[in-house]
Design a protein around this ligand. Structure first.
Ligand code: ADQ
Length: 452
């Protein structure tokens, strides 16, 4: 079996990873073995011109540092101030700087340069996410001929958003150097097809095969999952009593997200406020625990969302709190995964309300963590990729506070019988399409196209 080489922006070297990609890829590599290459997280004056190796995992790990300028241009700039907002339908937040695009090209080329000396001829290379769209083109330029696949963890933009890029044609040229493009949801595959047709030379030759910028590419939908069995086990044995003192008999509604403007946190706070205004009977009977560690705080839009959410939580608590009850508990720290699993299990409602999201693993973790005999209710945004398969959740439009508050009330009232029936269907899907299924299905498809 040839070696799997995964490349992602970030190589996790510490504990408690709190990004979906890292959590999923770690699970995948632990079972298949191979090599994972990514950014160390260190910004230095003069980055070394070889990879640094990190022993101690069940797979090989090698990292590279970035110069401050590269971090600024490639990571904060083009990746997170152009691609991320565009892929999440926020063209208004895009900040275009020619130096950032230059930096993105430069870093993709440098990663290829660092990687090539360590590659074996029959390696399968699996590139992750939007930071590295340009990597296959750079590897091919350096003579790499083996299979190279890409998986996009976030939504693929439609033609209107793609047209707001400074370099739409280049995006599709980058993509055309991959053998297989993997997307989270059918929505993304159809956005890709439509955008490619409108913006560059592209044709669908047969099911899932495209002629793109003069090359042949395959594309497919591979919804990412979690390590469901392990997460269920973690939740079953999670420490709970000490963490739960704040509930004082109330039911808990839980949200867990990186603090990001795509996650719809202000929208859910406003819906909760509306719920408390309209149904005073729920006062002191429901506590909303929102766990949201800040990320990318060097980007202005992320400082803004932090300020907005803190302000809103303070205002709502000021409006409703009593001596014995604080309606919103807002925590900014990463939480160890076993504690997180225990918190989900205690949550009568799991609240997942992004305005746009590739998949959303929290929805799956919440379902896996429930007590099957007395499970909680998942409220899920129609704009999460997860909504394509998790249709037994209460599916809502996060922009509509009335609909969202109505779903919260419905979840609080829902009979145990209905909760069990919905949960059993959701859990079956989460277990069947777990992270192992995701990586196997993707890697089999990559191998199928390269005669391997
Ligand atoms: P993210 O945007 O990071 O991932 P998500 O899929 O919800 O979103 O994953 C977040 C992960 O981080 C979950 O595993 C969660 O448990 C963990 N996490 C969040 N807050 C935490 C905290 N305070 N402490 C500990 N852990 C925390 C991107 C895309 C998603 C896609 C994933 C995977 O944006 O749409 O589902 O990649 O492909």
């Amino acid at each position: 079996m040839s070696r799997l080489v995964a490349v992602s922006n970030r190589l996790p070297l510490g504990d408690n990873p709190s990004g979906g990609l890292v959590v999923a890829l770690e699970d995948a590599l632990r079972s298949s073995g191979g090599l994972w290459v990514g950014f160390s997280g260190e910004q230095v004056d003069n980055p070394a011109d070889d990879l640094t190796w990190h022993p101690g995992a069940s797979f090989e790990r090698a990292s590279f540092d970035l110069s401050r300028r590269d971090y600024q241009d490639y990571y904060l700039g083009y990746s997170n101030s152009v691609l991320w907002p565009l892929c999440h339908g926020r063209a208004d937040l895009v900040r275009i700087e020619p130096a950032h695009l230059e930096g993105y090209r430069r870093v993709n080329a440098r990663i290829a340069e660092l990687l090539v000396p360590h590659l074996k001829p029959d390696d399968r290379i699996w590139v992750q996410d939007y930071h590295l769209f340009g990597l296959a083109a750079e590897l091919r330029r350096r003579g790499v001929e083996g299979p190279i696949g890409h998986f996009l963890h976030i939504p693929f933009p439609g033609p209107g958003d793609c047209a707001a890029l400074p370099n739409p044609a280049e995006l599709f040229d980058w993509l055309s150097h991959y053998d297989l493009l993997g997307f989270q949801a059918h929505r993304d595959l159809s956005n890709f097809t439509e955008s490619a047709r409108q913006l560059v030379e592209a044709d669908q030759t047969e099911h899932c095969h495209f002629r793109l910028c003069g090359r042949t590419v395959r594309a497919g939908v591979f919804p990412i999952g979690i390590d469901a069995a392990a997460f269920m086990e973690l939740a079953r044995h999670a420490p709970d009593e000490d963490e739960m003192r704040f509930l004082t008999g109330a039911q808990m509604m839980i949200g867990v997200d990186r603090l990001d403007y795509s996650k719809g946190i202000p929208q859910r706070f406003r819906a909760f406020q509306l719920l408390l205004e309209k149904i005073p009977d729920l006062h002191e009977k429901i506590v909303f625990l929102q766990i949201a560690p800040p990320t990318r705080e060097e980007v202005e839009a992320y400082r803004d969302i932090r300020e907005e959410t803190e302000h809103l939580a303070g205002r709502i608590n000021g409006q409703f709190a009593t001596i014995n009850w604080t309606p919103i508990r807002f925590i900014h720290r990463p939480i160890p995964r076993n504690v997180l699993a225990g918190l989900y299990r205690q949550g009568r409602i799991g609240l997942v309300t992004p305005l746009a999201d590739g998949m959303n693993l929290v929805a799956k973790e919440y379902v896996a963590a429930q007590d099957e005999d007395d499970p909680g209710v998942l409220i899920l945004s129609r704009f999460a990729g997860a909504a394509e398969t998790m249709d037994r959740a209460l599916i809502i439009n996060p922009h509509d506070p009335w609909e969202l508050a109505g779903a919260m009330a419905q979840a609080m009232r829902m009979s145990r019988e209905e909760r069990r029936s919905r949960h059993a269907d959701l859990l079956a899907g989460v277990v069947e399409r777990d992270v192992g299924w995701w990586s196997r299905t993707y890697l089999d498809a990559l191998a199928a196209g390269s005669g391997g």
